[in-house]
Design a binder for this molecule. Structure first.
Ligand SMILES: NC(=O)c1ccc[n+]([C@@H]2O[C@H](COP(=O)([O-])OP(=O)(O)OC[C@H]3O[C@@H](n4cnc5c(N)ncnc54)[C@H](O)[C@@H]3O)[C@@H](O)[C@H]2O)c1
Length: 257
């Protein structure tokens, strides 16, 4: 497939390089010219195991390209992965400014494109953001309706920094939120042959799955630290306690409540 990846941060760089390794042709796009130059020079803009080798290999093979031009990237591809940042605001709310802006730009590029195009949102967003804030901008700037000229899907990313490349090729699961099965199928083709269960959901469900995952991981850290503090205060080996605790996959690490 021919894919454009918007945002060459952690998620975008890993996705771009790993999709090349899976045999796809990728264009990386960023507003930051230095990140684009890194990719064009066959170098990684981020520090991550295995990533420099993958970027160098696929840049040399001509499978990986980069540009600051949204128009050029959209014209050269059939699917866009939106991986721009969604940092927290001082109020705690999510800053969706970059995601909104990039959808306006992709929408404008879609205006004169006379073929099907799929926009896949990968940035972490609160449930309802894709439908309420991003889809209307794609429709407004392209002058087209979703399903008639372009398609939208939400596909959360579950990578861990440090083991991101390994996680890409062995995901715990793949989740695609889409309105139509044909759209979900197109997105799932990106990950053909990779292990882990595939889940087709509504867009809002996929958005919330990502938050449920993040929050649960935070709970695990807090829980482990609390057990550690108690263990220390009574002179018990906390690692031994947690090792035993984690072997119980019937009541502890399980769907049982
Ligand atoms: N880093 C992680 O471990 C991780 C894991 C899962 C999900 N996520 C989510 O994925 C998203 C991206 O995270 P990240 O860590 O890669 O972010 P990041 O801040 O490292 O990178 C975002 C990139 O987007 C670029 N950008 C901003 N506006 C743009 C535009 N209009 N066009 C093109 N590029 C633009 C920025 O210049 C930057 O390089 C966030 O929503 C984050 O919450 C991150």
């Amino acid at each position: 497939m021919r894919i454009s990846v918007f945002g060459l941060g952690y998620v975008g760089c890993v996705s771009a390089a790993c999709l090349c390794e899976s045999g796809h042709e990728v264009w990386g796009i960023d507003v930051d010219e230095s990140k684009v130059k890194f990719l064009l020079d066959g170098k990684s803009p981020i520090v991550e195991t295995e990533l420099p080798e993958l970027i160098a290999k696929h840049r040399a093979a001509g499978r990986l390209n980069a540009t600051t031009s949204i128009d050029k990237a959209v014209k050269a591809t059939d699917m866009a992965l939106v991986c721009v940042g969604t940092p927290s605001l001082p109020s705690g709310a999510l800053n969706t400014e970059y995601a909104r802006r990039v959808c306006e730009q992709i929408g404008a590029a879609l205006k004169n494109l006379n073929r099907d195009f799929t926009v896949v949102i990968r940035s972490t967003l609160l449930p309802g953001t894709t439908r309420r804030e991003l889809l209307p901008r794609l429709e407004q700037f392209s002058g087209k309706a979703e399903g008639a000229g372009f398609h939208i899907a939400y596909n959360p990313e579950f990578l861990r920094e440090g083991t991101a490349v390994a996680d890409f090729f062995a995901p715990p699961k793949t989740v695609v939120g889409a309105e139509r099965e044909t759209t979900a199928k197109r997105v799932s083709d990106l990950y053909a042959g990779l292990p882990g269960a595939f889940h087709l959901t509504r867009i809002e469900e996929a958005e919330l799955v990502k938050y449920a995952d993040n929050v649960f991981h935070a709970i695990k850290v807090v829980f482990g630290n609390e057990v550690g503090a108690i263990a220390k205060s009574v002179g018990v080996d906390s690692h031994r306690v947690m090792d035993v605790f984690c072997t119980d996959t019937k009541l502890n690490l399980s769907p049982t409540i």
